[in-house]
Design a protein. Structure first.
Ligand code: GLN
Ligand code: ZN
Length: 759
């Protein structure tokens, strides 16, 4: 008999209950007890779903108040020492302070979880970092909650090596590995407590095994797991997002009771791992895509893994079936999507539907296919319909792409010449100030949009309301004294969805929320067919905004890679092809903006780095396509039109030549949380074009002081020529409130003015 399980379930709730409760708690509207009750109900609901679907375990430990890395740190009393919290009794308030910052404390740094759009908080390692299991062991409490509800529990826990690796050394250490000897006893204590609570299996996530790890890190695995494997529950070591075939020998030797691999992303690794598979060891196969929303081809999966099951049988090695990774990365329930076109809907499966897929495969593999007959029939029909639907293939789009030429992706002149034409046109001062695009998405804006969607606000009334918002944003920016203005993006619900809604080939859900960070969720559209732009998308808004001011108005678009990365992407053609289709659609928009007199156009690519394959050997192919896509959409403009791009919350130093190859005239990047560290690479590489290093963190309501911004700018000046430096926040301001936004931007404009005066 095979075992059906999952690595994790979305924690935020089908109706984003956790999000709303957290935010109410932060506003002081509900008590901690009320928040805890809501969280506890959600966990119970999610376990019930897993049990009802027929999984053999419910997974406990996937819940988190903000982020699983932060929660693991907290469990071990290892929040950054700079906060000075009581390590043994860290309160929920302490926890949220580390995540979000407050008037006294800067929040922890946040970065993307592998190649996903989920963000984790980066542990801060110092020589005095200590690890001790918290007195109130939150994980154990969750286990007990599930047990009291009568569930068979499997615990999910981030592994010690991944935890260390994902953190940053702040001081006093040459490698996070120096902390391993302190961390392991804490893990051991935790595992023993789980053993005593009757937990049979702990799923211990070591996703770093899919990265290009150094020998030093690889060497640490064997002794660490040797120590963790005695007198503790059985350990299922889980890997996901890519292959671990190169570590087959290590994995075979490792003192664990099972290994999980992702055979959706990396099916080819299976053969290597099966060679010399240890007798009796569990192999958990991630066969259902945890990163995408397409209904699985159950018949093909069954045919593929039946022989594997037979081979494992001869080794008395149990086969477990799961989704490739935690279902954190997909929406909760397709059944609530009643407004979705029935044909499109028949092609999809969300977290709850994926539970049924896993269980159906289990039944079929165990020889009970008749139990799963209906699921198999639905899957076969969906596949057939996707292969033949006329909504998927548009000949003109494919023809246009085939006919694009290399010269379509090149500007007319090199940057050195363009910048002269641009300087003449815009007459900007040294250290020009601007913002990244969005201004506060106020309650009024959201209410207007909701009323419009409900039909309570007529089309023209909605346009009127948004124009009023734009006029307000423009007037405020003039008052503040910014040099280059934006229209504020009031009309956009989300930077990807807004464009997707206006492009052919994109589908939408009503409730398809996926956690991005903390209480923030995104609702990624899905790309099911060839993409094209039937009509202009942003031109009227930008032109209106420009008409209100003598200053330069920057047009604002979302770039092709971000459109791809933050959508669920079709799996029936290469991602690279879809990226270029989107690029061509955006190219037409860029041309139309220029025609309407918009002189600066920003094409945001915050997800450019995120799309990078996890293994370096795959980088070139991805980057060549990503750069080409950017150039294809931007190179349509004249020399005197200035192309901006924006990227945030990621490391760029290892791909600087590629960022330079995008040839944007100006790039704005997030740098304030990392104290301009990112700029060092741009300086070493002698990045040729202009750069706007973010001078304050927009994730925190804290208003940075003029002196802090000045200090950051002085640091930037040591690294870059004065003529290259722009002054802007780290990212868009849509999550902030107006008072703090105005105060921060005033400080920013003052900092730039002081700097100019000092030159
Ligand atoms: N222009 C977008 C904004 O300001 C960019 C957002 C982002 O980088 N994620 O909101
Ligand atoms: Zn950004």
């Amino acid at each position: 008999m095979s075992i059906a399980h999952i690595l994790g379930f979305p924690r935020i709730g089908a109706q984003r209950e956790l999000k709303f409760a957290q935010e109410a708690f932060w506003r002081g509207e509900i008590s901690e007890a009320a928040l805890r009750d809501i969280a506890s109900d959600l966990r119970a609901q999610h376990w019930a779903l897993q049990q009802q679907a027929g999984l053999d375990f419910v997974t406990v430990g996937d819940f988190s108040w903000y982020d699983q890395v932060l929660s693991t740190l907290n469990l071990f009393g290892a929040l950054p020492t700079r906060y000075g919290f009581d390590r043994e009794h860290t309160s929920l308030e302490n926890y949220f302070t580390a995540a979000r910052g407050n008037a006294q404390h800067v929040a922890m740094e946040m970065t993307k979880w592998f190649d996903t759009n989920y963000h984790y908080l980066v542990p801060e390692w110092t020589a005095d970092t200590q690890f001790d299991l918290q007195k109130n062991n939150a994980l154990l409490e969750e286990v007990q909650q599930a047990q009291q509800l009568g569930h068979q529990v499997k615990v999910s826990l981030l592994g010690p090596l991944s935890l260390l690796y994902l953190g940053k050394v702040k001081s006093g250490l040459s490698s996070p590995l120096e902390l391993l000897h302190k961390l392991l006893p804490a893990y051991k204590t935790l595992l023993i407590s789980l053993q005593e609570a009757g937990v049979e299996w702990v799923q211990i996530d070591e996703p770093i095994l899919v990265l290009d790890l150094s020998a030093e890190w690889l060497r640490a695995f064997e002794p660490a797991y040797q120590l963790l494997s005695t007198n503790t529950p059985k350990l299922l070591l889980t890997t996901y997002f890519d292959a671990v075939a190169e570590h087959a020998d290590l994995l075979h030797r490792l003192a664990v009771d099972g290994v999980h691999i992702d055979v959706v992303r990396a099916p080819q690794q299976l053969e290597t791992l099966l060679k010399n598979w240890p007798q009796g060891r569990v192999l958990s196969l991630g066969v259902i895509d945890g990163r995408n929303i397409w209904r699985a081809d159950l018949s093909s999966i069954l045919a593929l893994y039946q022989p594997v099951q037979s081979r494992l049988k001869t080794l008395q090695a149990p086969l477990w079936l799961a989704a490739s990774c935690s279902l954190l990365h997909v929406p909760v329930d397709l059944d609530v999507e009643t407004k979705l076109d029935p044909e499109l809907r028949s092609w999809l499966a969300f977290a709850i539907q994926k539970l049924a897929e896993i269980v159906s495969l289990k039944h079929a593999l165990d020889g009970n296919k008749q139990v799963a007959q209906e699921q198999f029939a639905i899957a076969d029909a969906a596949l057939q319909s996707r292969r033949t639907s006329k909504r998927i293939h548009i000949d003109s789009v494919q023809k246009r792409l085939a006919q694009t030429q290399a010269s379509d992706a090149e500007r007319n002149s090199p940057f050195a010449e363009r910048i002269i034409a641009q300087q003449q046109r815009f007459q900007l001062p040294l250290f020009p100030t601007t913002t990244i695009g969005s201004f506060p998405q106020t309650k009024t804006i959201r209410q207007a949009r909701a009323a419009y969607k409900r039909g309570e606000l007529k089309h023209l009334e909605y346009l009127e309301a948004m124009r009023a918002e734009i006029a307000y944003v423009v007037a405020e920016q003039e008052k503040i004294g910014l040099d280059v203005l934006v229209h504020g993006e009031a009309e956009r619900n989300d930077m990807v969805e807004y464009f997707g809604e206006q492009l052919w080939g994109y589908g939408f859900t009503q409730f398809g929320w996926v956690q991005s960070y903390g209480s923030r969720c995104v609702k990624p559209p899905f790309i099911y067919g060839d993409v094209c732009r039937p009509e202009a998308m942003t031109v009227a808004w930008s032109a209106y905004a420009q008409s209100l001011t003598q200053k330069t108005m920057k047009g604002m678009l979302t770039g092709p890679i971000t459109m791809l990365q933050w959508s669920f992407v079709r799996d029936d053609q290469p991602r690279a092809t879809t990226a270029l289709q989107i690029a061509l659609a955006l190219r037409d928009e860029v041309a139309d903006l220029q025609k309407a007199g918009i002189g600066m156009i920003q094409i945001d690519e915050p997800a450019f780095r995120e799309g990078l394959p996890l293994k370096q050997k795959d980088w070139t192919a991805y980057l060549e396509n990503a750069v080409h896509a950017f150039k294809l959409c931007s190179a349509v403009v004249k020399d005197e039109t200035q192309i901006h791009t924006h990227m945030c919350y990621a490391e760029f130093n290892d791909i600087l030549p590629w960022i330079a190859a995008m040839d944007a005239d100006v790039i704005s990047i997030e740098t304030s949380r990392s104290a301009m560290e990112l700029l060092e690479g741009f300086s070493d590489f002698a990045y040729p074009n202009q750069i706007g290093p973010g001078v304050y963190d927009i994730h925190s309501p804290r208003v940075a002081k003029v002196s802090e911004m000045q200090k950051l700018l002085q640091k930037a000046r040591q690294l870059l020529p004065d003529q290259s430096i722009w002054v802007n926040p780290d990212c868009g301001l849509k999550t902030r409130d107006w008072p703090e936004t105005i105060a921060a931007l005033e400080h920013m404009v003052q900092a730039a003015a002081l700097l100019r005066a000092s030159c």
